[in-house]
Design a protein around this ligand. Sequence first.
Ligand code: SAH
Length: 350
Amino acid sequence: MNTLALAERLAEEHDLEDGELLQLLERRDPETGEYLRRQAQTTARAQYGNQVYIRGLIEFTNYCKNDCYYCGIRKSNQRARRYRLTAGEILACCDMGYALGFRTFVLQGGEDPWFTDGRLCALVSDIRERYPDCAVTLSVGERSRESYRLLKEAGAQRYLLRHETATERHYRQLHPPGMELSRRMACLHTLRELGYQVGAGFMVGSPGQSPEDLVRDLRFLKEFRPHMVGIGPFLRQQDTPFRDCPNGSGELTLFLLSVIRLLLPETLLPATTALGTLLPDGREAGILHGANVVMPNLSPEDARGKYLLYDNKLASGAEAAECLEQLRESLGKIGYEIPVSRGDSRIETA
Ligand code: SAH
C-alpha cells in the first residue's frame, strides 16, 4: 500500500498494524505529512474545539539522584547550578499564574530526595487549599506506590512520567545500569490504578532510536491510552555524555504529533518547550499538527536559567507565563483561544 493510503486508513480507523506504522514513518513524504496534519487538526478540533489548554509549569528543583545520559540536570553534571525553590516561592508562582488565568499547575523537578513525601504532600495540599478550582500535576519521576498514594490523597490529580522509550535495549542506551524500563512502566500502571490522570511520552530522535523503536512507542501509547502524551525532539546538552549527538528532527516530531492525535483522538497533546526551542513558531506548528496544550513557564527568572535539560532552552517570549498575551495573540491568528479552565482530558480516570 502507498503511504497516503496508509495515512487515510489511520485517519479512518485510528490504528494500523505495526508493520504499516513502520512503513508510514519510513516512507513519509510531504504530501502524506500534510494530509495527516489536516486530519489531526480536524480530529483535535472535533474533540476539544478551538481551545488550547494551558498549564503553568513550575520547575521547582534541579537536584536529581538519577544520571540519565540525555539530561542536563543529571547527577554527574558538576556544572549544573543546583537550586530548590522554597514553598513560599512556589506559592508565589501559583499566585502569579492564577492571576494570569492558569488553572493547572505542573510541579516538575529532578528526583530530589529532599522532597520527602511529607514535604511534597504539604506543598500539594497548600496549593489545593489556596486554589480549590485548580488542578495540581506532579512530574517528579519514579516513587513508591505508597508515595504516589499519599500524594494523591494530598490532592494531586495528575502525573507526568514519560516512559522515554518502550524498548528495553533503547532504554539501556539512554540510562545507566540500575534504571529499569520495567520499573518506569510499573510506575505508570500504579499511577493509573490510583486514579491519576497520567501522562506518558518520549523524545523524538534520542540517540539510538530506530524507527522500530518508535513503532513500539506508538503501540505502547495506543494500548496504555494515557490522558496526555508528551513528545518533543531530543536536544543535546553540552555537559552530558550525549553532547555530540544530533538533535531530533522537528519535521518528524510534527509528523508524530499528527500520528498520535489520530491514534488517540481524545488525548491531551502538548506542543512542548523542546519543539518550541527547535523550531521557530514550534508551538503554533504543534497546534496545527494536532496538539492542544501548551505549558508556559511560571518559574522564577533565576530558576529558568538553571533548569537546563538541554541547550538553548526557551524560557521567554511565548514560552513565558508572563507573556501569555503574546501567546494568546499568536494562537488567535491561527484560530485558537485559551480558556480559563483546568482543561481536563476527555479520557476517563480509573
Ligand atoms: N524527573 C522527572 C522530570 C524529567 S524532565 C521525570 O523523571 O519524569 C522532563 C522530560 O524532559 C523528561 O522526561 C525527558 O523526556 C525530557 N528531556 C530531558 N532531557 C532532554 C533533552 N536533552 N532533550 C529533550 N528532552 C529532554
